[in-house]
Design a protein around this ligand. Structure first.
Ligand SMILES: Nc1ncnc2c1ncn2[C@@H]1O[C@H](COP(=O)(O)OP(=O)(O)O)[C@@H](O)[C@H]1O
Ligand SMILES: [Mg+2]
Length: 344
């Protein structure tokens, strides 16, 4: 949609996070590998499951969606995307898969046993294959679902996580299945690669002369290898320039965008924490540093005071690693010697 009054923005949606571009730059190797893994689906055979890993903003989510959309032009398969951050239980994952397969579940969410969902899914898969993208799979709270899904016929899995080590301490049965997947790394982008990605996006999203090549290069340097941050900087500064009625993006607007993004990201992350994670984060914040054993002891007291049912030790360790992964807290040492501290 071209708005004649706009001076900066040609198409805002091309600058938004969920936009899937028509080409993915600097990801040829990964693209070919995943295409090969999915290829058997064209002949109605099972695909090889894949595991995509790499830091945020390395193109994992967009690659998964891109390849699946591409394949669907040649094969009759269903597909569904589930973000495990918002659907972290076995029940929620199954429910989301069925929902996205177009299954109308008349029964109230809570009213149906999980095993029944598995049966429904199994019977629906008799009709053909389904590719399931499980994004942010490191946020799953019940990893057993991975076992259920790898067991099931005619399901192809694309798992996505930031950290390749997510599956190290899970059930050996599940782990061995995951090890057999095609593990594909998504390294952080270099500034030069990011500048290429930004140039494509600027052409789609911005009007001519709204941004200079030099500014695109500056954004690429600022973004720390993260394409999402790079594109966000461009979008936010473009919106800012547009609202000020400028006819080009000023350098000062670029510099202002990054802190705003960081602030918003942190807010979003905190909002998404569960009550146990909030308690844990609160304790580390109050103490500045805390040994794992002391932390869990104080956690136990706090939740019992609040009338919350305490999570078990393994779950707590996992919650802590999520907080570390999100850089809300730092950690050093291993096992019982692990010590957590507040960042910055
Ligand atoms: N190689 C690429 N070419 C074009 N756009 C890309 C590329 N890699 C990432 N992007 C864009 O950058 C943003 C972040 O990518 P995303 O797939 O969400 O990263 P991740 O899932 O690894 O955090 C998305 O808007 C995506 O479209
Ligand atoms: Mg992603």
């Amino acid at each position: 949609m071209y708005d004649v009054q706009n001076r900066i923005i040609r198409n805002l949606s091309a600058l938004e996070e969920h936009f899937i571009p028509s080409r993915l730059l600097h990801r040829e190797g990964q693209l070919e590998a995943i295409r090969d893994d999915l290829q058997p689906l064209i002949n109605r055979r099972d695909m090889r499951d894949v595991f995509l890993y790499g830091r945020p903003g390395t193109g994992k989510t967009c690659m998964a969606r891109y390849v699946v959309e591409e394949l669907k032009k040649h094969a009759s398969v269903k597909s569904c995307y589930v973000n495990c951050w918002h659907n972290s239980s076995r029940f929620r994952v199954l429910y989301s898969i069925l929902e996205r397969m177009g299954e109308v579940l008349a029964i109230h969410r809570k009213g149906i046993p999980t095993d029944e969902l598995l049966d429904i899914l199994r019977s629906r898969l008799k009709a053909g294959h389904c590719i399931v993208i499980l994004d942010e799979v490191d946020k799953l709270e019940e990893e057993g679902i991975l076992y259920d899904l790898t067991e099931m016929e005619r399901i192809g899995l694309i798992l996505i996580a930031n950290n390749p080590e997510v599956f190290f301490d899970i059930d050996a049965r599940i782990r061995s299945r995951l090890m057999a997947m095609d593990n594909i790394e998504f390294p952080s982008y270099t500034a030069i690669e990011l500048a290429d990605i930004l140039k494509d996006r600027a052409e789609l999203g911005l009007l001519p002369n709204a941004i200079e090549k030099r500014q695109i290069e500056a954004i690429a340097e600022m973004a720390g290898g993260d394409a999402r941050i790079a594109i966000d900087i461009m979008r936010i500064s473009a919106e800012d320039a547009e609202s000020r009625d400028l006819d080009r993006i000023g350098d000062n607007l670029l510099a202002k965008a990054l802190p705003r993004i960081k602030e918003k990201d942190l807010e979003k992350a905190v909002m998404a924490l569960n009550e146990h994670q909030r308690v844990l984060l609160g304790i580390v914040k109050a103490r500045q540093t805390a040994k794992a054993s002391d932390l869990y002891e104080e956690y136990g007291k706090k939740v019992s005071e609040a009338g919350i049912k305490a999570a078990n030790g393994r779950t707590l360790r996992k919650y802590m690693e999520v907080l570390v992964g999100m850089k809300m807290i730092g950690a050093s040492g291993e096992g019982r010697w692990r010590e957590y501290s507040i960042n910055g």
